[in-house]
Structures are given as structure tokens and as C-alpha cells.
Design a protein around this ligand. Structure first.
Ligand code: ADP
Ligand code: MG
Length: 258
């Protein structure tokens, strides 16, 4: 896979603009501490890939960013606004931070088009004509314009996941979160979904991506964040991380994929 780093935004110090700032985040489920003292900033246009063993807290971290999980300590700031404020409007935040999950989460009783239009028309109250134009462009870009009247059950996993991505993009988010979006796919469909995400990276979309696809992670990431047992163990550029991981835990983790 071609190396996509150094594609602009992040390399130039004067252009740096923090979009997401996580400061000392703590998350517990009951007595169990799941995330401890997570501190991380993501700049506009940056692609951060989160790696770590199963159960280390990756999904929980993404869910906290989107208000799907309350946090017990620390602060999250997005576009300058605190998301720990009591009055935060999560519906608004979720329009700004799009999220795609492992299992697509498409509405089964709605066509592709109906699934995609729901947010922009019902939530954002945008003009149908304008949205339709955008949807058509995006569906065309992911090669699925001819499936706009299909129902999710008539699509392959890879197609469903590309639709889920289009649906999130149609809200015009400032940032995208991807949680193991290829984990349920047959191997031959992984590529078509990863290619869409690579395309977004090239366009400068700010993203936080949880994945177990190491080749993809290496190619797409500006930075790798390695989490183990709810704590950040390493933050490094991909070359550094994959060639010279600094901790034994990261080395052990990488050995599994070799
Ligand atoms: P990962 O995505 O890295 O595999 P998760 O964030 O899903 O890990 O889970 C982190 C830990 O939190 C695990 O021990 C998991 O069992 C636990 N956990 C996740 N969701 C819940 C929940 N809703 N209630 C209780 N424990 C949970
Ligand atoms: Mg997970």
C-alpha cells in the first residue's frame, strides 16, 4: 500500500490546529477501570490509528468521544468546546464527529437511500435537492450509486460498510471515527472498504481509526496510539512504532501479526 503520510496539513507547523483534545480521561464500568489517564490530541487533518489487544479499551475510547459512554474523569474538547459540559448537545456533536461501527448499523427496513437521507433531512433539516446531489456524488465515489434502492439485506458486507461510511459523511462531519470497520468482512471485501478510508485520508479528513489491519494502519496513519489495559503505552509515528516499538507489550502485540 502506498505511503500516504506527509500529505500536507500535518507536516507544516504553522498550519497546526488542534481539533480534538483528550485530557486525563478516566472511564469505569462499575468498579472496573477501563480507561486511565488518556491524554491525546488530534490535529485537523490528522489520521490517528489506535492499536491494542482485544479488551484494552479501544471501542470504549471512541464511544466516549461520541457521548455513547459517560466518562468519570478528565476532559474532552472538540473544536474548542468541552464535551464534559453538562449542557453539551450530543446530537450536534454527533453531526460533527461521525462514527462507523463493525456491524454497519444500517436500518434493515429502509433502502440505502432512505438510510443515508435520514440524518441530513430529519436531523439537519437540509434541503432535499442539495442533499441528494451530495449523496449521489458520494455513492458514485464508493461505486454504489446503482444500489441506492437496495435494502441492506441485498448487499454484501463490504457494500453495507461503504454505505455506512457514506451515511456518516453525508452529515458533513469534521472528524470520523472508525471502529474495526472491516472486522466482520470476508477477506476479499476488506480492501474495498479500506480504499474508501484511504481516499478520505488523501482528502484531509481528520480520523481516529481502530483497526487490526496492520498494513493499512502503517500506510494511513500519521500517528499510532498503542493502548494496553486501558492506558496509552506508546504514541509514535508508524515507521517508529512498527520498526522500533518502545515497549515489550507493543512488541508482543506486533509479533502476533508477523
Ligand atoms: P476493545 O474495543 O479494545 O476490544 P472495549 O472498549 O470494547 O475493548 O472494552 C474494554 C473493557 O471494557 C473490556 O474489559 C470490556 O469487557 C469492558 N466493557 C466494554 N463495554 C462494557 C459495558 N457496557 N459494561 C461493562 N463492561 C464493558
Ligand atoms: Mg472494540
Amino acid at each position: 500500500m502506498p505511503d500516504l503520510r506527509g500529505r500536507g496539513l500535518t507536516g507544516c507547523a504553522k498550519d497546526k490546529q488542534v481539533l480534538l483534545e483528550i485530557q486525563g480521561l478516566h472511564k469505569r464500568f462499575g468498579e472496573m477501570s477501563v480507561l486511565e489517564d488518556i491524554t491525546l490530541t488530534v490535529e485537523k487533518g490528522e489520521v490517528v490509528v489506535v492499536l491494542g489487544p482485544s479488551g484494552c479499551g479501544k471501542s470504549t475510547l471512541l464511544r466516549c468521544l461520541n457521548g455513547l459512554e459517560p466518562i468519570q474523569g478528565g476532559d474532552i474538547r472538540f473544536a474548542g468546546k468541552s464535551l464534559t459540559d453538562k449542557n453539551v448537545n450530543w446530537q450536534e456533536v454527533r453531526q460533527q464527529i461521525g462514527m462507523v461501527f463493525q456491524n454497519y448499523e444500517l436500518f434493515p427496513h429502509m433502502t440505502v437511500m432512505e438510510n443515508i437521507l435520514l440524518g441530513p433531512l430529519q436531523v439537519q433539516k437540509r434541503q432535499k435537492e442539495e442533499v441528494l446531489k451530495q449523496v449521489q456524488e458520494l455513492l458514485d465515489r464508493v461505486g454504489l450509486l446503482d444500489r441506492k434502492d437496495s435494502y441492506p439485506r441485498q448487499l454484501s458486507g463490504g457494500q453495507k460498510q461503504r454505505i455506512a461510511i457514506v451515511r456518516a459523511l453525508c452529515m458533513n462531519p469534521q472528524m470520523m471515527l472508525f471502529d474495526e470497520v472491516t472486522a466482520s468482512l470476508d477477506p476479499e471485501m476488506v480492501r474495498e472498504v479500506l480504499d474508501v478510508i484511504v481516499g478520505l485520508a488523501k482528502q484531509g479528513m481528520t480520523m481516529m481509526i481502530v483497526t487490526h489491519e496492520m498494513g493499512f494502519a502503517k500506510a494511513v496513519a500519521d500517528r499510532i496510539v498503542f493502548i494496553d489495559s486501558g492506558k496509552i503505552c506508546e504514541i509514535a509515528e508508524p515507521d517508529e512504532f512498527f520498526i522500533r516499538p518502545q515497549t515489550e507489550r507493543a512488541q508482543q502485540f506486533l509479533n502476533i501479526f508477523q
